[in-house]
Design a protein. Structure first.
Length: 148
């Protein structure tokens, strides 16, 4: 159930969000053995991501990073090292500081792995010029063996 929490400033908001997010991740891992999290970008989550990745704060040690799969809810069509990249923000402020496997992090738009998954889902064969890709989960197959 959704709940409204009123806080004094961005620092307090980020601390409250870090606690809530960590608790939800812990619950998901306890129930299913893994957690899937959709990250966002912009100015709002930067401090949250720093808090989650900071070894001096309590949240980092509570999360089993190896059991986390990350998605992005939105992304700008820019390279990951561009200042406006939401993936770049998460990489700089969080991913470089925790142990989420690269195969468990799905960037949007500019990721060859993302496009191959989309093509897999839609039944379009990927171009041979894209780098080798191993899906985190198999593509569904129709009865005749072709990808759906």
């Amino acid at each position: 159930m959704a709940r409204l929490t009123v806080v004094a400033d961005k620092n307090a908001m980020s601390e409250a969000a870090a606690e809530r997010m960590t608790s939800l991740i812990e619950s998901a891992i306890a129930e299913r053995g893994l957690a899937a999290v959709s990250l966002t970008g912009g100015d709002t989550p930067d401090l949250l991501y720093q808090f989650l990745g900071d070894p001096t704060r309590r949240w980092r040690a509570r999360i089993e990073w190896q059991r986390l799969h990350l998605f992005w809810g939105d992304e700008r069509e820019v390279p990951p090292d561009h200042p406006e990249s939401n993936y770049g923000l998460a990489r700089r402020t969080l991913l470089q500081h925790v142990d989420v496997p690269e195969t468990e992090s799905d960037r949007m738009l500019t990721s060859p792995r993302f496009f191959r998954r989309v093509r897999c889902w839609r039944g379009v064969k990927p171009r041979p010029t894209l780098p080798a890709w191993r899906p985190a989960w198999p593509c569904p197959r129709s009865r005749n063996g072709a990808s759906r």
